[in-house]
Design a protein around this ligand. Structure first.
Ligand code: ADP
Ligand code: MG
Length: 253
């Protein structure tokens, strides 16, 4: 059974069917890509999956649990974390601080943890975890810089680092390499492959196909709120890439 399934998801904005009956399967420990021209409903779809928008109908099932229309915080506790098209960093705080605050759950009371004598130990563990993530992302030399002084690509990496602090089962990313120089984009995608190899499932949204294609296991093409076509595995993906309808929606858009 796939780790994540959506079934006939629908989201209306007034009369517009932004997501129009979308069913996808994201297999565990794969890198699954959703592409489509601007306005095809990709961001809306991941907002439905992560609870930032409520579906009008349809279902989202994650690891066997129905998570349809749950609150973002609750979905996050199921093990789904997302990154945003614009990194949500605190720019005046240091790189490592941005990781440390990523892990304070809303509703968690640091004082009660302190009373239990757990706080210091926990903090130590978090700092260790933060530094190992920074090393993995090759940002460790920048640990004390204000996040606002990083390059665009480094900010995207740090945003991924924040997601990793939560020890997720699945990361959902909205255009993680948009606006990033090609060589750094390949570095970021390579990191996502390494995460997958460590057992994290990755769901990726991209506008462009060329840069990400070599890294993905399964692929969906969205257009006008619907899944136009899908490809699983190398052969399936190649069929999609050579599908004239796919070229057409990009020409038209
Ligand atoms: N909050 C909103 N209110 C009204 N319309 C929206 C809203 N968000 C997105 N849309 C519309 O829904 C469609 C899909 O948008 P979106 O999911 O952002 O597409 P994509 O991420 O593929 O570019 C677009 O026509 C967009 O204008
Ligand atoms: Mg979008």
């Amino acid at each position: 059974m796939p780790l994540l399934q959506t079934r006939d998801l629908v989201k209306m904005f007034g009369g517009l069917r932004a997501v129009d009956g979308v069913s996808i399967d994201v297999d565990e420990k794969t890198l699954t890509l959703i592409i489509g021209p601007n306005g095809s409903g990709k961001s809306t779809l991941i907002n439905l999956i992560t609870g930032f928008l409520k579906a009008d109908s349809g279902r989202v099932v994650f690891a066997g649990d129905d998570i349809t229309n749950k609150e973002p915080n609750e979905i996050y506790h199921h093990g789904i974390v997302r990154t945003f098209q614009t990194p949500q960093l605190l720019k005046s705080m240091s790189v490592v601080e941005n990781l440390l605050i990523a892990n304070v759950h809303p509703g968690e009371n640091p004082l009660s943890a302190l009373r239990k004598g757990l706080w210091l130990k926990k903090e130590e563990e978090l700092v260790e975890r933060a530094f190992s993530i920074l090393e993995f992302l090759k940002l460790d030399h920048l640990w004390d810089r204000p996040a606002g002084t990083l390059s665009g690509g480094q900010m995207k990496l740090l945003e991924i680092g924040r997601a990793l602090m939560t020890e997720p089962k699945m990361i959902v990313m909205d255009e993680p390499v948009a606006g990033v120089a090609p060589s750094l984009a390949h570095d970021i995608l390579q990191k996502l492959v390494e995460l997958k190899e460590e057992g994290i499932t990755v769901l990726l949204i991209e506008h462009r196909l060329d840069i990400v294609l070599g890294y993905v296991d399964n692929l969906y093409v969205m257009f006008n709120g619907k899944i136009l076509t899908e490809g699983r595995g190398k052969e399936g993906i190649e069929k999609v890439v050579n599908d004239p309808r796919v070229a057409e929606i990009y020409m038209g858009g």
